[in-house]
Design a protein around this ligand. Structure first.
Ligand SMILES: Cc1cc2nc3c(=O)[nH]c(=O)nc-3n(C[C@H](O)[C@H](O)[C@H](O)COP(=O)(O)OP(=O)(O)OC[C@H]3O[C@@H](n4cnc5c(N)ncnc54)[C@H](O)[C@@H]3O)c2cc1C
Length: 386
């Protein structure tokens, strides 16, 4: 019997694997894909992500893996709301490289490599999994780090997410010959409802994307086509792909007994900014730690109780972000928020600090930020209902 089975070898699974292996546990890291594998993503590595890479993996982004940008333009369609040359740094990478690197670190830490293996059956009660090739693995703890369409979450809760509340995002990759000398990140606050559009420069391409609440954007493909047209690109000439973005809709509870959900499988994507990589790594680390502590105490069935307690600050961040999202994206408030964004450098800087993962909502006393936004957008008047 293994100590831990981890399903999914993305950032959450790799972080859980490294953490559990360093605690001396035997770990099977399973993924249906062979690594390096691609993953639809803007590939924005925030300050928070870089801090977690250091804390969890004891590593820094290898040279050449990401393009650093300090210049951010905040747009509303063709209107420039703000252009900051000294914004908090954002590192832009391709997930095929980034995840391949993290997976390598997990295997180097001692995780048994079961990538390229599909799962035929999952039994959360034991816990155990049967691979499609017939192999049967049992463990003391099972960590579901298997992304937005998590089979582990489905095994626990019957479904992985609520399609009305979840986010949906689409992207296209526009190749270029050489990385830009002064890479500019663009955020378009008018591209979709309850979300934004982004232009993320990479070393070999620019990622153009739009993402927002799925239920509020029934024609996301058309929104992407409009956004591409704004950048002089025709959707028909590019490969446009979409994926669900599980924000602000955390699985309740994110585990049970010896089964823990981490990363997208637990719905841990910031509902305001769409940041998910950092939270995937952090929750993976917390899951690995909880598994180790419960196994050491001789009670693997109590792993979830430990994990749930440790995850409380992350869950609080998601709640703060969700409340603030209503102030930033609500249709009745949005116009005024955008005008305040254009006029108030203080609001711009605090908003960019959130986008770049430089500040936690709790640390920045989000409620005072919320009050500042409220004051600006309502002109001191009462908040409209809706
Ligand atoms: C369009 C888009 C843009 C985004 N941009 C950003 C961004 O710029 N910055 C940011 O921080 N976040 C971004 N995100 C969010 C980010 O991509 C996710 O939050 C992050 O990848 C979550 O990591 P994870 O390890 O939980 O899941 P994943 O990275 O999805 O990894 C899950 C793994 O599980 C495996 N798996 C799934 N099902 C099974 C199965 N049945 N059996 C075995 N293996 C399985 C998959 O193959 C995969 O390797 C974006 C998301 C989207 C959709």
């Amino acid at each position: 019997m293994l100590d831990v089975i981890i399903i999914g070898a993305g950032p959450a699974g790799a972080a859980a694997a490294v953490t559990a292996c360093r605690k001396g546990l035997t770990v099977a890291l399973i993924d249906k894909a062979r690594f390096p594998r691609d993953k639809l993503c803007g590939g924005g590595i925030t300050g928070r992500s870089r801090a977690y890479i250091h804390e969890i993996f004891g590593a820094t982004l290898p040279p050449g893996m990401a393009l650093e940008s300090r210049r951010v333009r905040i747009m509303a369609g063709t209107v420039v709301l703000g252009d900051l040359a000294d914004a908090p740094p954002l590192h832009l990478t391709m997930r095929v490289d980034f995840d391949g690197w993290l997976h390598g670190l997990a295997i180097a830490a001692g995780a048994q490599d079961f990538t390229g293996q599909r799962i035929a059956r999952i039994d959360p009660a034991l816990p155990a999994v049967t691979l499609e090739d017939g192999r049967h693995l049992t463990a003391r703890v099972l960590i579901g780090a298997d992304g937005v369409n998590s089979i582990t979450a489905k095994a626990l809760h019957g479904r992985a997410y609520d399609p009305d509340r979840i986010g949906f995002a689409m992207e296209a990759e526009v190749p270029h010959d050489a990385p830009p000398a002064d890479p500019v990140v663009e955020i378009d606050m008018a591209a979709v409802a309850w979300g934004y559009g982004w232009s993320f420069p990479k070393r070999g391409s620019v990622t153009l994307g739009v993402g927002g609440v799925h239920g509020r954007n029934p024609k996301m493909q058309a929104r992407l086509a409009d956004y591409l047209a704004l950048h002089g690109q025709a959707a028909d000439d590019l490969r446009c792909k979409g994926a669900f973005l599980p924000f602000g809709d955390a699985r309740q509870p994110p585990g049970r007994g010896p089964v823990l959900l981490a990363g997208d499988a637990a719905g841990l994507v910031d509902p305001l900014t769409g940041e998910g990589i950092a939270w995937a790594m952090k929750s993976g680390q917390l899951a690995g730690r909880a598994a180790a502590a419960a196994i050491a105490a001789g009670h693997p069935g109590q792993a979830f109780a430990r994990y749930d307690a440790a995850l409380a600050p992350v869950a609080a961040e998601m709640r703060h972000a969700r409340r603030l999202r209503a102030l930033v994206y609500h249709p009745l408030l949005r116009g005024r928020f955008l005008r305040s964004l254009a006029r108030q450098p203080g609001v711009q800087r605090r908003f960019l600090a959130l986008l770049a993962g430089e500040r936690d909502y709790a640390d920045m006393r989000w409620s005072s930020f919320a009050r500042q936004i409220l004051r600006v957008i309502t002109g001191g008047r009462a908040l409209p209902r809706g």
